[in-house]
Design a protein around this ligand. Structure first.
Ligand SMILES: NC(=O)c1ccc[n+]([C@@H]2O[C@H](COP(=O)([O-])OP(=O)(O)OC[C@H]3O[C@@H](n4cnc5c(N)ncnc54)[C@H](O)[C@@H]3O)[C@@H](O)[C@H]2O)c1
Length: 439
C-alpha cells in the first residue's frame, strides 16, 4: 500500500515509521521545514525510544521518506492519514480542528485517484463527516472515502504500542474503505491483534471515552490518596489491593501529582464540551478536570510545608519536568503549574531532566538546568521528585543528603520509602497518600 502521513509529531511519525516497517510505502509530510530537514538527516525531532533506529532501517530499505510537499506525497496514495494536532481551542475547551480541516482541504486538491482519507488525530464525534464534506467541497470530483482510526499509543512506549496494540479501531462507511484499512493493518491482523470495525461516530467516541476513563481512574486514586494521608492508610497498599481485583486492574492506579500530557487534559476538556453541546453534560468528566487541578495545587502545599511554610529564597532541586518518563513532551505537564509557582514565590529552582531541557527551556523561565543530580542537590534546601525517570529511581540518597543544606524530600511519585529516605539521613519526607516524617 502507498501511504501518505500528514503530520510528523508523536503520532504521525511513529505511525508512519511503523507502517513502513510493515512493508508499506510511506511518505511522511510536515509543514514545518525544520522537522523535514532533521528527518531527512536521520534525526527524530521528538524523543521516543527506538524511533531513530527504526526510521533508519526503513529509509535504507527505501520504504520511508519525508517531504514538505503534501501534493507530491498524496499523489497516487491508497490512504492519506491526517495526524495533525487537535489542541484545546482557546477560550472554550473545544478541540481545535483548524489543522485537521486545513489538511483535509489540501489533501482534496492533491488526490489523483481513489484514496481513503483516514483521521488518526483525536477528533470530536462528527468530525469525519465534516472532513468528508470539506474534501467534497474542495474537490467535487475526488474519488474517496473517509475512515476514523484513532490512535492509542503511549509516548515513551509508542513503537511497542503501535506494533503490539490492545486493539485497532477502524470506523468506516463501506466495504471499499474497509478493504484498504484491512490491507494496511494486515500484519497485525495476521498476528491476531484485535482489529475492531465500527461506524465513524463510535470510533471517534471510543477514543474520548477511553481517555476520559483513564483520566478518571488516575484522579480517583489521587483523591483516595488525599484521604489516606488524613486517615493513616497507605495508598500504595490500597492501589495494590484494589488492582488485584480483576474487575478493576492495576494499571493507572498510581497516585501522583495529577495527570498531564498532550492528551488527557485536552481530551477530557473536549469531551466535557461535547457533552455540553449535546445538552448531555459529562458530569463525571467535568469533576475529574476540577479535581485534577486541585491535585496539582495540593502538590504545591506539600512543597511549601516541607520548606517550613515558605519557599522564598530556598534552593529547590526538581527532578523531572516532562509529564512522564521516556518522553521529551512537556505539554500540560504538572511541572508547568508547580515550577512557575515556586519561581514566582521566590524559590531558586534547579532542574534535572534527561530529555526535558529542549522543550522546557522556553516554558520554565528562571530555572537553572543541571545534568547531574548530585551537583544539582549540592547546598539545596529541598529536593522534589516530579517525574519518575529510571535515572531517579536508584539514587545514592546518602550522598545527596550529605550535600544538601537541609536534606528534605518531596517524592511526588512514591518511588522511595520513608524508611530508606530516613536511613539515608534525610530529616523530612513527604510523598503521596502515605505517611512521611519530619513535617
Ligand atoms: N501524543 C500522543 O501521545 C497521542 C496519542 C494518541 C493520539 N494523539 C492525537 O494525535 C494527534 C496528533 O498528536 P501529536 O502529539 O502527534 O501532535 P504534534 O503536535 O506532535 O504533531 C502534529 C504535527 O502536524 C504538523 N502539521 C500540522 N498541520 C499540518 C499540515 N497541514 N500539513 C503537514 N503537517 C502539518 C505539525 O507541524 C506537527 O509536526 C492529536 O489529535 C492527538 O490528540 C496523540
Amino acid at each position: 500500500m502507498k501511504i501518505a502521513m500528514i503530520g510528523t509529531g508523536y503520532v504521525g511519525l511513529v505511525s508512519g515509521v511503523c507502517f513502513s516497517d510493515f512493508g508499506h510505502d510511506v511518505v511522511c509530510v510536515d509543514k514545518d521545514p525544520k522537522k523535514i530537514e532533521q528527518l531527512r538527516s536521520g534525526i527524530a525531532p521528538i524523543y521516543e525510544p527506538g524511533l531513530e533506529d527504526l526510521m533508519a532501517k526503513n529509509v535504507n530499505a527505501d520504504r520511508l521518506s519525508f517531504t514538505g510537499n503534501l501534493t507530491e506525497a498524496v499523489d497516487g496514495a491508497d490512504a492519506v492519514f491526517i495526524a495533525v494536532g487537535t489542541p484545546t481551542r482557546r477560550g472554550d475547551g473545544h478541540a481545535d480542528l483548524t489543522y485537521v480541516m486545513a489538511a483535509a482541504e489540501e489533501i482534496a486538491t492533491a488526490m489523483t485517484g481513489y484514496a481513503v482519507v483516514v483521521t488518526k488525530s483525536t477528533v470530536p464525534v462528527g468530525t469525519n463527516r465534516q472532513v468528508k464534506q470539506v474534501v467534497s467541497k474542495a474537490n467535487p470530483k475526488a474519488d474517496f472515502d473517509v475512515a476514523s482510526n484513532p490512535e492509542f499509543l503511549r509516548e515513551g512506549a509508542a513503537i511497542d504500542d503501535f506494533m503490539r496494540p490492545d486493539r485497532v479501531v477502524v470506523g468506516v462507511q463501506n466495504e471499499r474503505a474497509a478493504e484498504v484499512m484491512n490491507e494496511i493493518y494486515r500484519p497485525l491482523y495476521l498476528r491476531e491483534f484485535p482489529i475492531m470495525a465500527t461506524d465513524l461516530e463510535s470510533a471517534e467516541m471510543i477514543k474520548y471515552a477511553a481517555n476520559a476513563f483513564l483520566a478518571t481512574k488516575i484522579t480517583f486514586i489521587n483523591e483516595i490518596a488525599a484521604l489516606c494521608e488524613k486517615t493513616g492508610a497507605d495508598v500504595k497498599m490500597v492501589s495494590k489491593g484494589m488492582g488485584l481485583d480483576g474487575r478493576i486492574g492495576d494499571k493507572f492506579l498510581h497516585a501522583g501529582p495529577g495527570y498531564g500530557g498532550s492528551c488527557f487534559p485536552k481530551d477530557t476538556q473536549a469531551l466535557a464540551r461535547m457533552g455540553q453541546d449535546h445538552a448531555t453534560p459529562m458530569q463525571l468528566t467535568e469533576t475529574v478536570i476540577k479535581v485534577n487541578d486541585q491535585v496539582k495545587r495540593r502538590m504545591i502545599d506539600k512543597i511549601v510545608d516541607l520548606c517550613g511554610g515558605s519557599v522564598n529564597g530556598k534552593v529547590i532541586t526538581v527532578l523531572g519536568v516532562t509529564f512522564k518518563p521516556n518522553t521529551d513532551d512537556m505539554r500540560d505537564s504538572p511541572s508547568l503549574t508547580i515550577v512557575p509557582w515556586l519561581v514566582g514565590n521566590g524559590a531558586k529552582v534547579r532542574v534535572v531532566d534527561p530529555q526535558g531541557k529542549r522543550e522546557g527551556e522556553g516554558l520554565l523561565p528562571g530555572v537553572a538546568w543541571n545534568e547531574d543530580v548530585y551537583k544539582a542537590t549540592q547546598n539545596a534546601d529541598a529536593v522534589v521528585i516530579l517525574t519518575e525517570w529510571n535515572e531517579f529511581r536508584a539514587l545514592d540518597l546518602k550522598r545527596m543528603a550529605k550535600r544538601m543544606t537541609t536534606p528534605v524530600m518531596a517524592d511526588l511519585r512514591n518511588i522511595y520509602t520513608p524508611k530508606d529516605v530516613k536511613q539515608a539521613g534525610f530529616t523530612a519526607y513527604v510523598s503521596i497518600g502515605r505517611e512521611g516524617f519530619g513535617v
